[in-house]
Design a protein around this ligand. Structure first.
Ligand code: FMN
Length: 173
């Protein structure tokens, strides 16, 4: 599978088989995340791999969707705002961006080995931070349910065309 095929194949999986994921595969996808670039190479991220049913149950209380409960594991991507680079000219915090790139690596690596994922941001971050006893510099940025998809078919993508998204040598709204 070349890169374009891989990117085409990934989709937000919202229905999982109950089959447990091999530990090596979970490590493998996080390893891909760790290869991501980050501002000044500060790598302001941590990943909590949740597989224990009791802890998964507590996570479900942070995002009330029945489909979320079908995933046999969930990876919590955490940003460290103390570690992330802040642009001196205006203080812009790059932590979220760095974590997003790492999570994208993770999701594509999962796709490559037949696992499905979905980025979740619409969760109760405060509850999630309390669950893991995070200090204030750490922010749970994404919940990533992971598992073998129930369906092997990638839905059609709804995306901008090249003409809609790209302009050459100018920008007009
Ligand atoms: C930053 C971000 C936040 C998202 N948050 C959620 C979410 O809270 N719940 C959800 O079901 N999907 C969420 N998604 C998935 C998007 O809905 C999905 O990526 C988009 O509709 C494109 O579909 P595809 O991923 O299947 O290609 C999120 C995606 C991104 C990148």
């Amino acid at each position: 599978m070349n890169f374009k095929e891989l990117a085409q194949r990934r989709y937000s999986v919202r229905s999982y088989q109950s089959t447990q994921i091999e530990k090596e595969k979970l490590i493998q996808v996080v390893e891909a995340a760790l290869l991501a670039p980050s501002a000044v190479n500060f790598q302001p991220w941590k990943f909590v791999i949740v597989t224990e049913p009791a802890l998964l149950n507590s996570l479900h209380a942070c995002y009330h969707r029945d489909w979320f409960k079908s995933a046999p594991a969930c990876i919590v991507a955490i940003g460290d705002h103390d570690k992330g680079w802040h642009r001196p000219s205006d203080g812009k915090d790059y932590t979220d961006i760095d974590v997003a790139i790492a999570v994208d690596h993770l999701m594509l690596a999962a796709t490559e080995i037949g696992l499905g994922t979905c980025w979740i941001c619409h969760f109760n971050a405060e509850k999630c931070a309390a669950l893991f006893n995070l200090s204030s510099n750490f922010e749970p940025i994404a919940l990533i349910p992971i598992g073998y998809p129930l369906s092997g078919i990638t839905p059609e993508k709804n995306r901008q065309s090249i003409e809609q998204a790209v302009q050459w040598n100018r920008f007009a709204e």
